[in-house]
Design a protein around this ligand. Structure first.
Ligand code: ADP
Ligand code: ADP
Length: 226
């Protein structure tokens, strides 16, 4: 699903080397976390993988697509990658149901199909009774579950979660990790989760630990088949 070889990215005319030769692979259906302290290069790597930054050296293939040769990054993102952020990024004036339908306006689904899919995703997230609420009427954990439902709307091949529990209390964080587990298992979703929290990172099958722009350790938490 992801093949990264020798990724390098520097800023400020090479004054800052954010990635210094990063290589790894993620197989389809794997749940992998990237951990590391602030400044280790996690966000930089995530931007490359999310096709938000093409100023890098090395090779990066996602779902068989060479990101160096990508003609339409926006189209690629909306079809292939589901994004989940620390700060949810829900539209405050839209209900949960409307937020989940948003990404589907670019798809070929009809109105009723969009609505039915959004309802079914929210139901799967345990939010059946919350669908018509605005984000401001939902708890942080509920907002993040809406955001996860939205990230799945266009059936991405790959979920990219950036500190998905970073803004949540520990109980809500646990629930979000359970939801991600379920999405991984039931939908056979490939997930890459970035976190600075080792406890959160350990919920993935495998962790890559970054330090100063390099992957310095790989930890296997569970066998891929588990
Ligand atoms: P992390 O997400 O692990 O905190 P980052 O990828 O944000 O790490 O940062 C890696 C290094 O690159 C840090 O030294 C950071 O200061 C630097 N950096 C990140 N973004 C920029 C930028 N846009 N311009 C200059 N330096 C940057
Ligand atoms: P924060 O940690 O400040 O809350 P987020 O987790 O919300 O930030 O966002 C993390 C990263 O995702 C940022 O580097 C940002 O540039 C990027 N990002 C923000 N919005 C989008 C978007 N719509 N699509 C893809 N990437 C985004």
């Amino acid at each position: 699903m992801v093949e990264a070889r020798g990724l390098r990215r520097s800023y400020d005319q090479d004054a800052v080397q954010a990635l210094r030769g990063v290589s790894f692979s993620i197989a389809r259906g794997e749940f992998v976390s990237i951990m590391g302290p602030s400044g280790s290069g996690k966000s930089t790597l995530l931007r490359l993988i999310g096709a938000l930054d093409d100023e890098f050296e090395g090779t990066l293939n996602i779902d068989g697509v060479d990101l160096r040769k990508l003609k339409d990054p926006e189209g690629f993102r909306s079809k292939v990658i589901g994004f989940v952020f620390q700060s949810f990024h829900l539209l405050p004036t839209l209900t949960a149901l409307e937020n989940v339908q948003m990404p589907m306006f670019e798809s070929t689904r009809s109105g009723p199909q969009r609505r039915a899919r959004a309802e079914s995703l929210l139901e799967a997230m345990g939010l059946k009774s919350r669908m018509h609420h605005l984000p401001s009427k939902l708890s942080g954990g509920e907002r993040q579950r809406v955001a996860i439902a939205r990230s799945l709307a266009n059936e991405p091949s790959f979920l990219l979660a950036d500190e998905p529990t970073g803004n949540l209390d520990s109980k809500s964080a646990q629930m979000i990790l359970e939801v991600l587990d379920e999405v991984h298992e039931k939908r056979n979703m490939t997930i890459l989760m970035v976190t600075h929290d080792p406890m959160v990172a350990a919920r993935a099958q495998r962790s890559l630990r970054m330090l100063d722009g390099e992957i310095v350790e790989e930890v296997l938490h569970r066998k891929p088949a588990d």
